[in-house]
Design a binder for this molecule. Sequence first.
Ligand code: IPM
Ligand code: MN
Length: 345
Amino acid sequence: SRSLRLAVIPGDGIGQEVVAEGLKVLTAVLPADVKLETTEYDLGARRYHATGETLPDEVLAELKQHDAILLGAIGDPSVPSGVLERGLLLKLRFAFEHFLNLRPGKLFPGVDSPLAGNPAIDFVVVREGTEGPYVGNGGTLRTGTPQEVATEVSLNTAFGIERVVRDAFRRAAARPRRKLTLVHKNNVLVHAGHLWTRIFQQVASEYPEVTTEYLHVDAATIFFVTQPERFDVIVTDNLFGDILTDLAAAVTGGIGLAASGNINPTGEFPSMFEPVHGSAPDIAGQGKADPTATVLSVAMLLEHLGFTAESAAVEAAVAADLAERGDAVRSTHQVGDAIAARVSG
Ligand code: IPM
Ligand code: MN
């Protein structure tokens, strides 16, 4: 019989609540011969306050022994900004070389976009996950003085760019529309921008069947709102990808529906799946967070591990639930139960 060793990091705020529903759906959809072993890891604000730890080396070593990681949300107002984000979430993405941060932007039937006429939105953002301005390469000088200086230097390697650009081309070539958009800001960020553009063009020559375009990030934000149906696959750096995918969520029914996968395609390290949203401390513990983004992240997890039919079943169950959802206010549990019922029935 097959087995699936899953590490679960509920994290902070609504993380616990949404992850419980994700696991409910996962359990319901897995074939009977698959043995699901979950290990929950207590990481986040609670542990930080209790022990001062964010992600101890022993825990990182244990996490590595799993097939995948399901993460709820990280971040809490009681912890200084950046401590958990850098010390836990980004540390995981960097340590496990999650260079592929996949974030679908899909408007499901029945879901209302704030955009007039509910355009046909179905794209995927391939966000670089281990480089750019996220690496922490910078510092401050003359701290606390009027002459204080702060730098945050974006790191871009040819190796790091090429691996994510290649993945984006493979993905685009496998989709019906075969279109890939590079988003950057190469009119201003000329060093990194030109490296991205050059590598993109080199790889493009191997994919004549893929239509390519280049957009500056500011122009891309206009098209996300005025013409989102023009996008198929988008490849971009870590920070532009962060910003664009919140916008993508906003135009496809909101952050409660946006899923993501932090993927190490080589399989050397476990990939990690998480909703794009944060810990939402304002509604934590009230049972009203929408677990749909987590459930769709579970679908991405299944797909990544080769459970293709099960992944499709979860996505279909979510689509059916969304189509019938309307304006009804349902609890976190009710949404999870409804989707789980559809995949088991
Ligand atoms: C996200 C989040 C993170 C990011 C933060 C919490 C570090 O905004 O997953 O999009 O910037 O990547
Ligand atoms: Mn973000």
